[in-house]
Design a binder for this molecule. Structure first.
Ligand code: HEC
Ligand code: HEC
Length: 259
């Protein structure tokens, strides 16, 4: 429930932009900005008969791949669907700034993070350099610089309802990108060479169970994250203010099912 509510403002913004795009197209092709052109792509998809194909910017394979990577690595969970913001006041909308930044700047921000802070109430831009391949980073940059256009079949993993918290938690584990850093089933295996452990920790097994033996301890680390060193060391992002409490509870229920 909560996550639907959190997404609602972003969806309203998207709907309003789509209407604005329709108006812009009505008033005269050729004068709208590239952002509006981008949104026009959605209009074309919805109503191909009434649109001019020549006005459609091409979504290249790199841009489409970037759109999928943006969802896969939970960029959309913090920056909103298509980077439109609306999730947390600390996480910027990427549509304008994304075009103002150069390719090297964007690559650097994604690989090294931004605004890293030990303050657990403030989310920061995580360090992704060890986790996301350089091709995936290049695709993300292409997608952001293209104005984060709509790409079909790019919805986050659906969260099943009515099947209990552990089932919902398993889907949330994918949706929030936990799987990208902690591996399928919390089995780990993602290297973090400069960190003390040289790897991103497993979230299963005896060692984990002993250290995190209460729900409160697991909730605290999910919400407060950690800063274990400077980039390129990957730290645990702060999810407080991003992941609703109910989702944190579902994630914990899921983690407790792991061997
Ligand atoms: C845990 C939440 C979170 C996740 C996940 C996340 N970001 Fe961020 N991102 C932030 C925050 C917070 C900032 C602002 C940091 C600052 O300015 O101090 C930011 C800033 C940025 C910026 C710079 C924007 C500016 O205004 O300078 C870019 C670009 C960006 N993120 C891209 C991405 C991409 C691409 C992904 C996925 C690989 C991603 N982010 C995932 C929280 C997040
Ligand atoms: C960008 C990579 C990244 C993502 C995404 C990520 N984590 Fe982490 N996580 C880490 C790192 C690195 C640590 C180790 C931090 C430390 O040693 O202080 C960690 C630590 C943890 C711990 C404590 C385990 C331990 O042994 O210290 C838990 C629990 C955890 N993460 C859960 C999650 C959950 C749940 C999600 C998804 C909501 C998630 N993580 C997403 C990188 C990540």
């Amino acid at each position: 429930m909560d996550r639907r509510k959190a997404l609602a403002p972003a969806l309203v913004v998207a709907a309003v932009s789509a209407i604005a795009a329709g108006v812009a197209v009505g008033f005269g092709a050729g004068h709208y900005t590239s952002r509006v052109t981008t949104v026009t792509t959605e209009m074309v998809a919805a109503a191909p008969a009434t649109s001019t194909p020549t006005a459609v910017p091409s979504v290249t394979p790199a841009i489409a791949a970037g759109a999928h990577t943006f969802v896969q690595f939970a960029c959309s969970q913090c920056h909103g669907p298509q980077g439109r913001g609306g999730v947390s006041p600390y996480v910027p909308d990427l549509t304008t700034i994304g075009k103002a930044l150069t390719v090297p700047q964007l690559v650097h921000i994604i690989n090294h993070g931004l605004g890293e802070s030990a303050n657990p109430t403030k989310p920061y831009m995580p360090v992704w350099g060890e986790v996301i391949s350089s091709t995936q980073v290049a695709n993300l940059v292409a997608y952001i610089r293209a104005g984060l256009p709509a790409v079909s079949t790019n919805d986050p993993v659906p969260v099943p309802t009515g099947q209990g918290p552990a089932v919902a938690g398993a889907a949330l584990y994918v949706r929030y990108g936990c799987i990208d850093c902690h591996g399928p089933n919390g089995l780990g295996g993602v290297p973090n060479p400069l960190s003390p452990d040289k790897t991103i920790p497993v979230l299963s097994g005896q060692g984990f169970r002993q250290q995190f033996n209460t729900d409160a301890k697991i909730a605290a680390v999910i919400e407060s994250g950690s800063v274990i060193g400077k980039a390129p060391i990957v730290s645990m992002p702060h999810w407080g203010g991003i992941i609703p409490k109910a989702d944190v509870a579902d994630l914990i229920a899921y983690l407790k099912t792991l061997k």
